[in-house]
Design a protein around this ligand. Structure first.
Ligand code: TRP
Length: 450
């Protein structure tokens, strides 16, 4: 078998894994879901979910990957040969392609917005209505949305085809620090706006009378999606780690970085939303419809507009890389494909599945496809709301009971004969708390009420 890829350094791994985690989920989805769910209360439960569920499952995935040095399918097979458990790995492979297909449609939008904002489109003092129109004219252009989908997936496959250290690690190592820098600049800027006080109050001062079960479950779902958990991305990235790398520290770093970026996205968005009297509850269009309006008002909007959308595109790219990588690693490890062939095959399937999603905003067939949802929304529901929690649930049962949480814990320990901080809590959490909460989420999603 050809030699498997490896990260050159632990930092390279942390940046790549953080790159997978940080994406549209943090910068586009997190602020709008937070806005819709009342701001600070949501943030509060989100952080609880990250610490008590996300971090726990993160360690489960990373330890399984590193212990087996395999893609998700191979990892289950290695621990429990000949058992049906490898189906969980396959579920992950398909889920990756499924998420990739519609995620790249939105990622394509960010390319367009980067393009028009660098042309100065949003510095011409457009009204809110005109900006809405820019959005609707763009998304109803089937040619453009499909083209951008193809471009985005092609870029991703190109990087993945270059391999683990000279493709993924090299690129994420440049892109992630750049992204963080841009975010910091924008946050500082946004804190100087006149509406900063009101924005921060909405974002940081919880009103616990607004708590509901649905809101808590959506905080948990957001945490899993944001941390790239539930489909084996972290199993795969963990599998390129060597035994010398410190899993315990890396896991915390990745989770902390992802959470920090989501937090900063909120710091950027809420003060601007309140400064210009927009609604924090604008929903999925929050970034695309309200921020350009904001940029058109800002003195430096001509600069910050393109910067912001560039950042969003980068963040999305380092995430789609991990979505392609899961299926690619399966084809390379288990089916003996060459890496470029595997990556581009995965991309081609995702493009085909993605086209109806790209047409969801222009064609009447796909805009109300089934169950009153557009094709894109339906994809999101199936892959993110059902398949991911199911994958994470099965994975936690597998690591907790079949492989054994105690064995996994050994893999996480920085020193083999000493427990890592919180080890007993981690084992308990993985075996009992995680499966219960994930079952609840799944039940909610299947009943269609989440
Ligand atoms: N975490 C990414 C984001 O927040 C999206 C993503 C990449 C993802 N890989 C994943 C989500 C694997 C779930 C599973 O945008």
């Amino acid at each position: 078998m050809a030699k498997r890829g490896k990260w050159n350094s632990t930092l390279g791994f942390v940046l790549a894994a953080a790159g997978s985690a940080v994406g549209l989920g943090n910068i586009w989805r997190f602020p709008y879901v937070t806005g819709k769910n009342g701001g600070a209360v949501f943030l509060f439960f989100y952080i609880l979910a990250v610490v008590f569920l996300g971090l726990v499952v993160m360690y489960a995935e990373l330890s399984l990957g590193r212990a087996t040095q395999r893609n998700p399918v191979g990892a289950f097979e290695r621990i429990k040969p000949g058992s049906p458990w490898k189906a969980v790995g396959f579920l992950g492979v398909f889920t990756g392609v499924g998420i990739l297909s519609y995620y790249s449609v939105i990622a394509g939008w960010t390319l367009y917005y980067f393009y028009i904002s660098s042309l100065g489109k949003f510095s011409q003092g457009l009204t809110e209505a005109q900006i809405d129109e820019v959005f609707s004219v763009f998304v109803s252009n089937p040619f453009l949305t499909v083209l951008l989908l193809v471009v985005f997936i092609f870029l991703t496959c190109f990087i993945v085809s270059r391999g683990v250290s000279s493709g993924i690690e090299r690129w994420t190592g440049i892109l992630m620090p750049l992204l963080f820098l841009i975010l910091l600049i924008l946050s500082v800027y946004s804190l100087t706006l006149p509406g900063a006080g009101e924005g921060l109050k909405f974002y940081l001062k919880p009103d616990f009378s607004k708590v509901s079960l649905k809101m808590i479950l959506s905080a948990v779902g957001q945490a899993f999606f944001s941390l790239s958990l539930g489909m084996g991305a972290m199993i795969t990235y963990g599998s390129y780690l060597s035994k010398k790398d410190n899993l315990f520290a890396s896991g915390i770093e990745v989770v902390a970085f992802d959470t920090l970026v989501a937090f900063l996205a909120g710091i950027i968005i809420f003060p601007t939303v309140f400064t210009y009297g927009l609604s924090p509850r604008a929903g999925a269009a929050l970034v695309f419809k309200t921020l350009p309006f904001t940029f058109s008002k800002l003195p430096l909007g001509r600069l910050f507009g393109p910067l912001f959308f560039f950042l969003l595109a980068i963040a999305a790219l380092t995430s789609t890389i991990s979505l392609v990588e899961v299926a690619t690693s399966y084809l390379v490890d288990e089916r003996k494909f060459s890496r470029p062939r595997a990556a581009f095959l995965v991309g081609a399937v995702a493009v085909l599945l993605g086209i109806p999603s790209a047409l969801s905003t222009s064609s009447s067939v796909f805009s109300k496809f089934a169950f009153g949802k557009s094709f894109l929304d339906l994809m999101d529901y199936i892959w993110a709301n059902i398949s991911l929690p199911l994958g994470a649930l099965l994975l936690s049962v597998f690591v907790g009971y079949i492989w054994g949480a105690e064995k996994a814990a050994l893999e996480i320990r920085p020193e083999k004969h000493r427990k890592f901080p919180g080890e007993d809590l981690w084992i308990y959490d993985l075996k009992y708390f995680v499966p219960i909460v994930l079952s609840a989420i799944l039940l909610f999603s299947l009943l269609g009420s989440s």
